[in-house]
Structures are given as structure tokens and as C-alpha cells.
Design a protein. Sequence first.
Length: 149
Amino acid sequence: MKIEEEIKQDKFHSEYQKLAINILFTSNWLNSTTTKILKPFGISAQQYNVLRILKGQSPNSISVNNIMERMIDKMSNTSRLVEKLRQKELIERVICEKDRRQVDVKITKKGIALLEKVKTEMNSFNVLTETISEKEAKIINELLDKMRG
């Protein structure tokens, strides 16, 4: 559906304004859909992002600051997210070998198992692959990267 129909607005100041609104609207739509998929698993989109970062580091541990740098949502309270995931036994604290004062975190087997379950559901959210080609996805990615400079 066109953005004009979605937000019931016929005219925009410019194509650039329309683009900005369209990107924001689409971002919120993707976030909302992701939230619905993750809700039955008891994790938020931000917690899912942390788990995926940790899985990418596995079996190594990583500092909370390093996680924060890699987060999609830079406004997330990473320390709070990490603590909630630790309470759910999806991650664990590890003493840093290089600096014993620093505590790193790593994903647990339970965390990896949860990601595998979530992966199946996330893969079923294939609306992107149903509506745009891989070539179109590449073009959109290049344009978005260009836009951010």
C-alpha cells in the first residue's frame, strides 16, 4: 500500500519529505511486526539484538560497551537489557581475562536455543522476500547507506 493511503495524506511538501515519512513509517511497521513475533518468546527487539550480537561472538565473551556499539537502537539501555537477559539465564557474566575488573558477557546454551526457536518465526516473516527481489533489496540497501553518508 502506498504511504499516501497508509497515512491518508494526498500531498507532501517534496519527494524528500515523503521519503523521510515513508522510511519512518516503514521502520515503525517493521519494529511492530518484530515485536509481535518476539512477544511469545518473552524478549524485546532490543534483547533479541543483544542475543544475536552475543551469538555472533560465541563462544567468546564481549564487554557491555562493545555490545552497545553494535546495537541497532543506540538509545537502548544496554546494561539494563543485559541484566534482564542474565536473569532469564540467556546470557552469563564472565570475568575478562585481560582486565579482571571488567565483566564481560556471553550467550548461554539456553540463549542459543531460544534464538533457534525465534529464527524459525522470524523466517516466517518473509514479507520482504515476497514483495521485493534480492536485486531491489540490494538497491534499497545501497541507497539507505548512501543517505546516511
